[in-house]
Design a protein around this ligand. Structure first.
Ligand code: ARG
Length: 588
């Protein structure tokens, strides 16, 4: 049966119809693509905007058309018959306004309820993507910047995975570099007899880092030993390797805890992994004539940039850029990724622009941005404190991620207890709800803004149960579930035997919004903008509220249809939560 086959987003389905109409109307303009956009709801649901530009193309070439309006009329007339469309109207200079059929909207929703929301997944042009995100630096505490990268990267991965892209979730941890020289030497000094084997011995890795850095900066003898230690480590000397592995392992355990709490999965391939590839990758770039000598370093000059990309430092060592070039080469050639996405703060934009340009100059990537394979830098702004400055706590310089998670959770728990839930619910339910709401609130507060803007971290704001917050949305979803539960109806039965009807305008508006889910996910994926999905989710809940306040559900003669509409709303909301990495709750 064709029914469950993915037929493309609503917009794509309309585009297909208009594409046929375009061919029939102006067969000589083969390369014209249909321009479909949402339109002013006063005139319809969508519009086709091709007439004007077509007119400028055919004008004066002896065309049968007298103006853009006539072209619009013909486009409308030549549309193939379709159940989707109820009516078309022409407005202004040839805009074709389309009103979709209520029945078609209703049937599409019902089909989704039966076949699953997976049938609404958009189809993307890529098969395999690498998303490089989170990527903290060993021995240093993860800070809020890494939290943003983790949250944004995870959502992008979820959205692409939902759209059937094979995603490699890559943790490009900073596990290589000169800082390990001082860490290792400090370790040897503190544990001269090698009793270091116990992890606890190091204790707080961040403090350990600070202490070794302090010695490095003040003690020239120590500094010299640290620099030699880097050479020994890179040369693979056993004792140094072991110490390095141990330091990495302790660090790893720390951030794994954060990932677990956030429900984020990542696969680690740190900077060290690419180290062996660097010489041959630089050789490839050298053969293309891209690498030059400059002030003792080896560099790649990039047009339009004031500084070159340094790929071998003066002292002969490799750096962040050499590693990224090797990693990019590996992802393209060994992993055959078609889309490679890097999620870091906007401060690193320049670095990535230079790396990407070098790859284009080397012929690894096509020069055009709309061709694959391609790379994208997903930059994000700062997290600010309520004082408008960079987010810091009073006691420590950086905010510890675990502390933020703890506080969000405990605040939510306190509210639930205040509302008497500790008597109503089991201890587990209380705990799980507090976590879902607390962590969800942190994630949503981050994702709802355009990622490039700075945002202010405020527990009071994000935990507000009114307005555009996760708390409000999670509760809205739970309320829908409770309406369905309390109706006492067997939903599985209703899905098969009942029919959805969208006779009231608020039912229709909600139905149409539901159907737009796929094109929103598609847009969020193509532009790498999670806030687009947040906005959709919030509007969905607004549409639902409007519907629920005007249309009686339980006990009305439209009960079956309306319960199904409630269920469809809950299903789509849950999918949105899932894509945003938020755990839905069912009771409030
Ligand atoms: N470790 C880096 C940092 O903390 C982020 C790494 C991003 N990924 C990359 N391939 N450079 O800033």
């Amino acid at each position: 049966i064709m029914a469950s086959e993915n037929v493309g987003t609503l917009k794509q389905q309309l585009a297909k119809l208009f594409d046929e109409s375009l061919r029939a109307t102006i067969p000589e303009e083969l390369d014209v693509e249909p321009l479909i956009a949402a339109c002013n709801p006063k005139f319809g649901d969508y519009q086709c905007n091709n007439a004007m530009s077509l007119w400028t193309k055919v004008k004066g070439k002896g065309s049968e058309f007298k103006g853009p309006q006539a072209i619009g009329q013909a486009l409308s007339k030549n549309l193939p018959a379709s159940e989707m469309i109820e009516s078309c109207g022409i407005a202004g200079p040839g805009f074709v306004n389309v009103v979709l059929s209520r029945q078609w909207i209703a049937e599409s929703i019902q089909k989704m309820l039966i076949d699953g929301i997976g049938t609404w997944a958009p189809k993307l042009l890529v098969k395999r993507a690498v998303i490089d995100f989170s990527s903290p630096n060993i021995a240093k505490e993860m800070h809020v910047g890494h939290l943003r990268s983790t949250i944004i990267g995870d959502t992008l991965a979820r959205m692409l995975e939902f759209s059937n892209v094979e995603v490699r979730r890559r943790n490009h941890v900073g596990d290589w570099g000169t800082q390990f020289g001082m860490l290792i030497e400090h370790l040897f000094d503190k544990f001269p007899n090698g009793e270091v084997a116990s992890d606890q011995a190091i204790g707080d890795l961040e403090a350990f880092y600070k202490a070794s850095k302090q010695r490095f900066d003040s003690d020239s003898g120590f500094k010299e030993r640290a620099q030699k230690a880097v050479v020994s480590l890179q040369g693979g000397v056993d004792k140094y390797r072991k110490a390095w592995t141990q330091i990495c392992e302790i660090s790893r355990r720390g951030y794994e805890k954060v990932y677990q709490r956030l429900g984020v999965y990542l696969e680690e391939k740190g900077e060290s992994f690419y180290n062996p590839y660097i010489p041959s990758v630089l050789e490839l770039l050298s053969q293309k004539g891209l690498i030059e000598e400059s002030e003792g370093a080896r560099v790649i000059f990039i047009e339009g940039k004031n500084i070159p990309l340094i790929v071998v430092k003066k002292d002969g060592g490799y750096n962040y850029a050499s590693t990224d070039l090797a990693a990019l080469w590996y992802r393209l050639n060994e992993e055959k990724a078609e889309w490679i996405i890097y999620v870091t703060d906007v401060g690193q934009r320049e670095h990535f622009e230079m790396v990407f340009t070098a790859a284009k100059l080397a012929g690894w990537l096509p020069a055009e941005d709309n061709k694959y394979p391609k790379t994208s830098h997903v930059g994000f702004g700062l997290v600010l404190g309520e004082d408008g400055k960079r987010f810091r706590t009073r006691s420590t310089e950086v905010v510890r991620l675990v502390d933020l998670l703890d506080e969000a959770k405990s605040r939510c728990k306190a509210v639930l207890i205040e509302r008497g839930k500790s008597e109503e619910w089991t201890a587990d339910e209380l705990e799980q709800t507090a976590e879902a709401v607390g962590y969800g609130a942190i994630k949503y507060a981050d994702l709802k803004n355009n990622r490039l803007t700075n945002y202010t971290f405020s527990f009071d704001q994000m935990l507000n149960d009114k307005g555009n917050t996760a708390v409000y949305l999670l509760y809205a979803h739970a309320r829908i579930c409770s309406i369905i539960r309390k109706s006492g109806k067997d939903l599985e039965e209703l899905k098969k035997t009942g029919t959805i009807e969208l006779n009231h305008q608020d039912e229709r508006a909600l139905g149409l919004h539901l159907l737009q889910f796929a094109e929103v996910v598609e847009e969020a994926c193509t532009n790498l903008l999670p806030n687009v999905l947040c906005e959709y989710l919030y509007n969905l809940s607004e549409n639902y509220t409007k519907f629920y306040s005007t249309c009686t559900v339980v006990g009305s003669k439209e009960e079956t249809s309306r319960l199904l509409l409630c269920e469809a709303t809950a299903v789509v909301m849950r999918k949105c939560f899932h894509l945003l990495g938020i755990t839905p709750v069912y009771k409030i």
